[in-house]
Design a protein around this ligand. Structure first.
Ligand SMILES: [Zn+2]
Length: 295
């Protein structure tokens, strides 16, 4: 084929592909909430498109995250967790959808992650809780591996429904993200929030889910962890007692146990933590997000 004929042959193909891309872009709009996302926050991704979409997912930092399907009004929503250590920068979030046939919709948005100064907490604790002997260290490492494996498991089913609630009332005695200096040494940061409460105060499930861990751990004491599906986990530490068992399906507000001071703790409080696909996020950011009625 002569060169100019090759070019002529290509034109309709280019028009076709350009036309399709434009169509898809016009029919899938994506936005995120809040508008300014900080390190350690939950981000809600909302897509507006045809009501007929059969599958839809997002991509952030090379990982897929699920987006709710089945909205009658063509609104689709999903969460991403911005880990507390995510580098402050601009990121691209891609949303891909199909109508069950050959048509693929795709849209992208730019997400700016802002830096947070989490602050520093200085603590004095008995050296038996800080300077660990070999046997205790082995136990601590084993428990850390166990939790890591737990958070890596991804449940396709979404168990949570509607808005998230606070597991206990009470002031925040230690906020999320604090760098910690314990007995003069740098230690791991605070990856949840501490809520002050009387010993024995009921601890409630922040949303519906399945109990995936009830155990006595070295640092977190009597602990309960819920799997809410779609990579979202909530954890409740330092309990005086747990009132649920692994495998229980529970609903929002169900009583999981009671506030205590077990593990590495100096007074009764609830440590409440959230993971989203492994990202360590501030539970308060989950409470702040307006949950759309389709959830
Ligand atoms: Zn804590």
């Amino acid at each position: 084929m002569r060169p100019f004929l090759q070019v002529l042959f290509l034109i309709p193909v280019l028009l076709l592909s350009t036309g399709k891309a434009t169509y898809a872009k016009d029919n899938l709009r994506v936005e995120h909430l809040p508008k300014v996302v900080k390190q350690g926050e939950v981000c809600l991704i909302r897509a507006l498109g045809p009501a007929s979409l059969k599958s839809i997912y997002g991509e952030f930092q090379g990982e897929r995250f699920p987006i709710a399907v089945g909205a009658k009004n063509g609104t689709y929503e999903g969460f991403i967790g911005i880990d507390m250590s995510t580098r402050p920068a601009r990121y691209e979030i891609k949303v891909v959808a199909t109508d069950g046939g050959s048509r693929v919709y795709s849209s992208a948005l730019s997400l700016k992650v802002e830096k947070v100064d989490f602050g520093i907490q200085k603590l004095s604790l008995p050296s038996s809780m800080v300077d660990l002997d070999a046997k205790t260290l082995e136990r601590v490492n084993k428990e850390a591996r166990q939790l890591k494996a737990l958070f890596q498991a991804f449940r396709d089913e979404r168990l949570w429904r509607g808005a998230f609630i606070r597991p206990v009332e009470g002031e925040i005695s230690a906020p999320f993200g604090l760098s910690r200096i314990i007995n003069g040494q740098h230690r791991s940061p605070h990856t949840g929030i501490d809520l002050r409460a009387e010993e024995g105060t009921p601890v409630l499930a922040c949303n519906s889910g399945m109990v995936v861990l009830v155990d006595q751990l070295f640092f977190s004491g009597k602990s309960v962890i819920l799997d809410h599906g779609w990579g979202l986990y909530s954890m409740y530490f330092h309990l005086s007692e747990a009132l649920v068992k692994e495998g229980d399906r529970i609903s929002t507000g169900a009583m999981l146990g009671r506030v205590g001071s077990t593990g590495r703790s100096t007074r009764p409080h609830l440590h409440w933590g959230i993971r989203i696909n492994g990202a360590r996020v501030d539970p308060l950011s989950l409470l702040k997000i307006g949950i759309h009625p389709i959830f």
